[in-house]
Design a protein around this ligand. Structure first.
Ligand SMILES: [Zn+2]
Length: 477
């Protein structure tokens, strides 16, 4: 590829600084600002050049599945969930995104209701958090999740939680073409100006699909894959162009929404319930040290403060440094923030949770002030990276940028702390790339020698009220 001079309203780098108005890219590598002798092509952009965004935590196949299936977000009743699900064509009625807190009457959908709307094929309605799902009778009978996860399945209501959800959904998705779902996820990321991502807790079929796409048509987005507890030993290190299985992802607890996040004290709205601890520090340290010794990374989901205690204890034992990650760290006491900073691990957070968890004070009472402490963490020296957790949240960078800076529109950022626009850009580009590792590590920057995988936006993402969109700067295509 010849050298290309891109002229624009401004070039914003990974520090969030305006560094010039034109950029020279040669052989898909950033050469520097301004003109150089011998450039061949000139492009004029009516907007700002940005480093491509990097999403440090999402689920590629999950994103594709939710784009394929029904969008259940903001459904106002269990009947509306079932109705939207029934509209999905094909051998599996799948949908995601319902939240009983948005229902007029906070009753959960159940098996019988889904049977009424989808009697003839398996149906599954996944809660917004991904930690709870409802199956109809056909789906339950096909998958028989109670055989492996008896304590995570209520056969009467058809409600599954935690490991049982992951298992049942992946089994049901075998009815669809998984490679097509993965492609759908990748293309939607690419067209939103995302150039790289960590795909978390990848199933076998997701890893196989990514690997095969990477080796045939090529990945439009670089992917660092984190395998799950069941399959990491057989996949760690697998690589293809722009793709690598770089580590393992574990779940130490569930979610606030499903009241399965592990808390030190009872839920404010469910006395006697402190959530579910899924792993102890011993389990985490054992798997973590295996991964680290082999040169890979470890990422652990921890939403509640008790889960975070276990992860911190494990990390104190195995000292992963920047190869260790905590996913979410949704509530953290001062002493936990200090520990995270001194461990030097990455904390990968999701600004949009501030909007989606608008009901969090009901669950946590006064402890809601411990939620989403982005600014505090950053100020105390925690390595922070931003992400969407798509399909849990919108994969498009502008909605996460706005939530990070506290500009959440009509639904408001009710909880959590704001970041400055400059910090948000840095954590959503270069820091997210570093937290991801593998082929993604080099992305998210604008400096000489950086990959020319860039994005642009008609508006300035550092301004409040910015409404995106972000587009890929496709120089090679
Ligand atoms: Zn996730």
């Amino acid at each position: 590829m010849p050298s290309i001079l891109i002229r624009s309203r401004g070039v914003i780098d990974h520090h969030g600084d305006l560094i010039g108005d034109s950029l020279l890219v040669e052989d898909e590598v950033v050469r520097g600002l301004g003109k150089a002798p011998g450039y061949v092509t000139e492009i004029r952009l009516d907007g700002y050049i940005l480093p491509g965004f990097v999403d440090a935590h999402l689920h590629v196949k999950g994103l594709g599945t939710s784009l394929y299936g029904a969008d259940l977000r903001w459904a106002r009743s269990p009947e509306e969930v079932a109705e939207r699900l029934a509209a999905v064509k094909g051998p599996l009625a799948v949908g995601r995104g319902w939240d009983q807190e948005a229902f007029e009457n906070p009753k959960l959908p159940d098996r019988r209701l889904l049977d009424k709307y989808v009697p003839d094929r398996p149906a599954v309605a996944i809660r917004v958090c991904g930690h709870l799902a409802v199956l109809n009778t056909r789906a339950l009978e096909e998958v028989e999740p109670w055989r492996l996860y008896p304590s995570h399945v209520d056969r009467e209501s058809g409600i599954l939680v935690e490991d049982a959800v992951y298992y049942a959904v992946n089994k049901l998705l075998d009815k669809l073409d998984n490679k097509e779902l993965v492609k759908l996820g990748l293309e939607s990321l690419h067209s939103a100006g995302v150039v790289g991502a960590s795909s978390m807790a990848c199933s076998d079929s997701e890893i196989k699909s990514l690997y095969s796409i990477a080796r045939s048509s090529g990945l439009p987005v670089r992917i660092a894959c984190y395998a799950n507890k069941e399959n990491y030993k057989s996949h760690l290190g697998l690589e293809a162009p722009r793709f690598k299985v770089v580590g393992v992802k574990l779940f130490s607890d569930g979610s606030f929404g499903a009241r399965t996040a592990a808390l030190r004290d009872d839920y404010e709205d469910d006395s006697g319930n402190r959530g579910r601890l899924l792993l102890t520090s011993r389990d985490i340290a054992e798997i973590g040290s295996y991964a680290l010794k082999a040169g890979y990374r470890i990422a652990v989901h921890a939403i509640g403060d008790r889960a975070l205690d276990e992860v911190i204890e494990a990390y104190n034992r195995i000292s992963p440094g920047a190869k260790g990650r905590v996913e979410h760290a949704s509530m953290a006491w001062d002493s936990q923030v200090e520990e995270l900073a001194s461990l030097g691990v990455y904390v990968v957070v999701q600004p949009r949770f501030r909007v989606s968890d608008w009901w969090l004070a009901q669950r946590l009472g006064g402890r809601v002030g411990l939620a989403y402490r982005f600014k505090t963490m950053l100020d105390r020296g925690v390595r922070l990276a931003l992400s969407t957790d798509a399909p849990v949240e919108d994969h498009r960078p502008w909605s996460t940028m706005l939530a990070a800076i506290g500009d959440c529109g009509a639904r408001r950022c009710g909880i959590g702390e704001d970041l400055s626009p400059r910090d948000a850009i840095r954590l959503y580009t270069i820091e997210a790339a570093r937290a991801s590792g593998g082929p993604v590590a080099a992305l998210g920057r604008i400096e000489p020698g950086a990959p020319g995988e860039l994005a642009w936006s008609p508006g300035d993402p550092r301004e409040r009220g910015w409404k995106g969109p972000v587009r890929p700067l496709d120089l090679a295509r």
